[in-house]
Design a binder for this molecule. Sequence first.
Ligand code: AGP
Length: 363
Amino acid sequence: DASDIEKGTYPHYMLKEMDEQPSVVRKIIQEYSNGDDELTIDDNILEALKQADRLYIIAAGTSYHAGLIGKQYFEKMAGIPVEVHISSEFGYNMPLLSEKPLFIFISQSGETADSRQVLVKVKEEMGHPALTITNVPGSTLSREADYTLLLHAGPEIAVASTKAYVAQVAVLSIAAYVAGKSLGKEFDFDLKQELGIAANGIQTMIDRKDELEQIAEDYLKIARNAFFIGRNLDFYVSLEGALKLKEISYIQAEGFAGGELKHGTIALIEDGTPVFALVTQEHVSLNIRGNVKEVVARGADACIISMQGMEEEGDRFVIPTTHPLLTPLVSVVPLQLISYYAALHRRCDVDKPRNLAKSVTVE
Ligand code: AGP
């Protein structure tokens, strides 16, 4: 059928979609560049961002994980305060809102019912402006919001979101950077150039599939559970890495902030427990390496994924140098691929995991 043609020679949509990630980032750079070759977003959206005294990012699952990164972007690059909320909780547990909120809905499908109920409430009942960041033009969340930013990732068919996450992070970085520039912030880096470098970094990850397959085999072949740890942006990527592994391989997995382990979770570490540690954030690299020592001392089988320039002997996988704000674009890719191969080894249905739908259209 038509969907088989689209998959081409790939055994799974997920693999195809992971492979597309470098070109998705390049496409986004192109779509969000103006005639002067500078990054840009729609004037009305820029104005809405600048008018807001606080942004409320609402999303679910992987899109929520992208939102956590988006918060750092808007706060660090544009100086706009941000709250990030899980859409299913927000409806009945709404925080006190600021005077001039702008709601940002992040949704690959644009059809997630939990997010839509928040949109209806804040826009129709409360009259607040809303922006949807989605991969699907004309989707419900896009039609019902005031503004839309598109992800330009092309259709994502696999239930596990991969290229849409990378697209969300890239588009959020552009929106925050453009807003920051327009608000008079000075940057010591050129985001457009750094996104291009990240796209190349993602390609390098894609080209190293064999190594990642081997890591999946070494660490996850007989694992009952697994942990992902990181600090700062690496913490958010750890959450996403754990979700990917859970969804498609059914291995129980949790992502943690490195420093939080000792407050309880470290009790679960036994001989051979796999712990994936991300080390891409220089200012906390000593701290996260300290956390790795703590789990290794209790028998954990640690797999350190570090960034070039910060690597140490014994690290299992090194990702290419990426701008510190953009490391999630690159570091998520080995985690996606490790999950993919772990699921394959277990003969799981990678594209259509049990109990899950691509978009959750019930509350
Ligand atoms: C991601 O791998 C999941 N399948 C899921 O968490 C997803 O991100 C979530 O349901 C939100 O979907 P959306 O982005 O289409 O709103």
